[in-house]
Design a protein. Structure first.
Length: 337
């Protein structure tokens, strides 16, 4: 039987920050090939771009697919464990989930269950590149179980995301003579002041739209009037993005250029009898998949509050519980299919 704790640590210890997923993909190809060999399955390397690829394994006709992502946010830090948790980048988001899904697959196969698949994709943390590539190459799946940290509760809804880059231009000058230049940073700060004061929509189920100015860059030296400055902004959507778009453009005005980078809508999910439920504020690959891999469900071990932090960890108890929950979900959805 797969040692889920060991597998989680092995996965965490392979650095796979977005765009560098190839090493962990190769590891999964090898691990899943062994599982496929034991139970007459098939494993594929599915090209995405350059050396980036998704990994797809299936046994029989894949009517139900368990899926999550291989990439992580920076910075990388290796694994460690104690009696209750496994720590490290990606332990919760989402390498522990990968391990639980592989453990669930093994459990199902040992009980003679077939007609399901495992799909591990690249790029979820940045632009869902792997999910979009998979959406263009469907394999007949009727149901998609997407894994993200929900503390093993079935999510009923998740927020979307709208990402912007705000760029301001100026004119270089010696800082002793600022009147000869034009500060791009001043322009950007003026625009961001307006952006921070935006009144944003609220949804009865998902709660408020939230806005995060995640990156600010610009300037050349303290004694140079800056000619360029940029900010990257992430907005968590709860509904129609159009009012937010209009508000952003109006707030930035002619101070800078607002360029939309990504828009993923908020999404509602169906429930399943017998599963505890929750609402999540983050965005997933599910909108990028659409319905190409079937009706989506969202569930996984781990707490999103520690994901993307220096304290990222996943509960060992939840990893083991997820292995059983995923098996239950697959059997339930196969019966429907």
């Amino acid at each position: 039987m797969t040692d889920i704790f060991l597998l989680t640590r092995q996965l965490v210890d392979i650095e796979s920050v977005t765009n560098n997923e190839a090493p962990v993909g190769e590891f999964l190809l090898e691990a899943l090939s062994r599982l496929a060999g034991r139970f007459s399955g098939h494993v594929e390397r599915c090209p995405v771009k350059a050396d980036r690829f998704n990994v797809f394994a299936h046994w029989g006709e894949p009517l139900v697919t368990l899926s999550t992502h291989m990439d992580t946010v920076p910075p990388f830090f290796a694994s460690r464990e104690d009696a209750d948790f496994i720590w490290g980048r990606g332990s919760a988001d989402a390498k522990g989930i990968i391990a639980s899904m592989i453990g669930a697959a093994e459990g199902l196969l040992e009980r003679g269950v077939r007609n399901f698949g495992l799909l591990f994709v690249v790029g979820e943390e940045r632009n869902s590149a792997g999910a979009y590539a998979a959406a263009s190459d469907p394999r007949g799946s009727k149901f998609l179980i997407n894994g993200e940290p929900t503390e093993n509760k079935l999510a009923l809804a998740s927020k979307g995301v709208l990402r912007y880059e705000i760029e301001a231009s100026g004119k270089l000058a010696h800082s002793a003579y600022p009147q000869l230049g034009e500060s791009a940073i001043d322009k950007l700060l003026d625009a961001l002041e307006k952006v921070r004061k935006l009144s944003l929509p609220t949804d009865a189920l998902l709660g408020p739209t939230t806005l995060n100015i995640g990156v600010i860059s610009g300037g050349r030296a303290p004694n140079v009037v800056p000619d360029a400055a940029k900010a990257e902004i992430s907005i968590r959507l709860v509904g129609d993005p159009e009012p937010v778009r209009r508000a952003m453009i109006q707030a930035v005005g002619d101070r800078a250029q607002a360029r939309e980078i990504l828009c993923i809508p908020a999404i509602n999910f169906d429930s399943l009898d017998g599963f505890e439920t929750s609402i999540v504020a983050y965005t997933t690959d599910v909108p990028a998949f659409g319905l190409s891999w079937g009706k989506p469900f969202l569930l996984g071990p781990g707490n999103i509050y520690v994901a993307h932090t220096n304290e990222e960890c996943v509960s060992k108890r939840e990893l083991l519980a997820a292995r059983e929950i995923y098996q239950q979900m697959v059997r339930t959805l196969l019966a429907r299919a």
